[in-house]
Design a protein around this ligand. Structure first.
Ligand SMILES: NC(=O)c1ccc[n+]([C@@H]2O[C@H](COP(=O)([O-])OP(=O)(O)OC[C@H]3O[C@@H](n4cnc5c(N)ncnc54)[C@H](OP(=O)(O)O)[C@@H]3O)[C@@H](O)[C@H]2O)c1
Length: 338
């Protein structure tokens, strides 16, 4: 590896960090030097990138000398502490925690929706929540065509959205259930195997959770329209990978289900699978590992003449996280931004 960029992955051993490694390799991003960073616990661990072994190092203030792009996938407190240090060292930071998302000086970017926002970055770019990304990718073309007034969303979010330990917890509880043993709940407040938890993040204002408010505020910021009204219920389900969402979209102008189907069929990064007679609709098992946001069950809301219902599924570790981060880096390296 000689020509290219020095890329640092902060949180390289996590669910998103490992996905970042495989997407960087898959998309042949020109990596000349790679720094893999995590906590003291993982320092010394070996990870493979492009057939070569790399040793994970403990994250430190001195980790960012000569780094062009620092991909942060750690908790927001670590991002807040180390993101500005990396930016001051000259790296462009792409951060997928909630640390900087609502900072008016930090662009919050989904590459198919608002790439223009990258031009005003000052060393920090925020990456949205994994449920917000597929939602805005579907709303964006509808908003441009018929102006979205109000959205009601219910999510069905996989355990990988809560990280590597959450995936282990579902695996262990499922095995324990099969053998009549007691499975322990530590990441989630209740057993997640064979269960649904209407609770993601801490409860807050009006009884909505942090995750629910993130979706509302991030959607308004990315679509650059604070007038969009939105109410969300986020639910954790016993699925390993892929977030699904039921979305009711009320528009200002009337739009038919067929028009929405056509708009989405040509929207970048979106794919429509919508043939109910043949039992064809997107599902986590068929969408896992795919890059696109898949949409189906597109239909008129019979209770409202300017509202549409649809179902979407997206791989939260790919477009919901690592893929969008790498796509941001690709745009920046091609000259979008400073
Ligand atoms: N999972 C998703 O679908 C998704 C989507 C969008 C955004 N995000 C955001 O991405 C971030 C990471 O999520 P994840 O799902 O990848 O979590 P994860 O699997 O729990 O991984 C967390 C990573 O953070 C590292 N870490 C923990 N404490 C650290 C410290 N003190 N110093 C340096 N590194 C430390 C861990 O390293 P060790 O191995 O050393 O513990 C690990 O690499 C979160 O902010 C999350 O909200 C996740």
């Amino acid at each position: 590896m000689e020509h290219g960029y020095h890329v640092a992955i902060v949180g390289a051993t996590g669910a998103v960090g490992l996905e970042l490694l495989s997407i960087l390799e898959e998309r042949k991003f020109p990596v000349a030097q790679l720094s893999l960073l995590a906590s003291k616990r993982s320092a010394g661990r070996r990870l493979v990138f492009a057939g070569e072994g790399f040793t994970v190092q403990e994250l430190a203030e001195s980790s960012f000398q000569g780094v062009h792009f620092a991909l942060f996938s750690v908790s927001s407190s670590i991002s807040k502490a180390f993101g500005p240090i990396a930016a001051r060292a000259g790296a462009v930071v792409i951060d997928d925690s909630s640390a900087f998302r609502m900072d008016p000086d930090v662009p919050l970017v989904v590459t198919e929706v608002n790439p223009h926002a990258l031009h005003r970055h000052r060393g920090l770019v925020a990456h949205p929540n994994c449920s917000t990304i597929p939602l805005v990718m579907v709303l964006h073309p509808v908003h441009r065509w018929a102006r979205v007034k109000r959205i009601v969303v219910a999510t069905y979010q996989s355990v990988s959205g809560a990280g590597a330990r959450a995936m282990q917890e579902l695996d262990q509880q499922t095995r324990a259930w099969m053998t009549d043993e007691a499975g322990e709940a530590s990441v989630f407040p209740h057993p997640i195997a064979f269960n649904c938890l209407p609770h993601i993040d801490a409860f807050g204002e009006l009884g909505y959770t942090g995750e629910e408010w993130k979706m509302v505020r991030e959607t308004q910021k990315i679509l650059e329209d604070d007038s969009i009204r939105m109410s969300t219920t986020t639910v954790r389900v016993p699925v390993f990978r892929c977030h699904s969402e039921v979305v009711n979209i009320e528009t200002e102008r009337q739009i038919t289900a067929q028009e929405v189907r056509q708009l989405l069929a040509t929207a970048p990064g979106v794919a429509v699978i919508d043939d109910p007679e043949k039992n064809q609709y997107p599902m986590p098992l068929t969408v896992a590992g795919r890059d696109e946001v898949f949409v189906g069950r597109i239909r008129q809301d019979p209770s409202h003449d300017r509202a549409i219902n649809l179902w979407l599924v997206s791989d939260n570790l790919r477009k919901g996280a690592a893929l969008n981060m790498v796509q941001i880096m690709e745009l920046l390296s091609a000259g979008g931004g400073r």
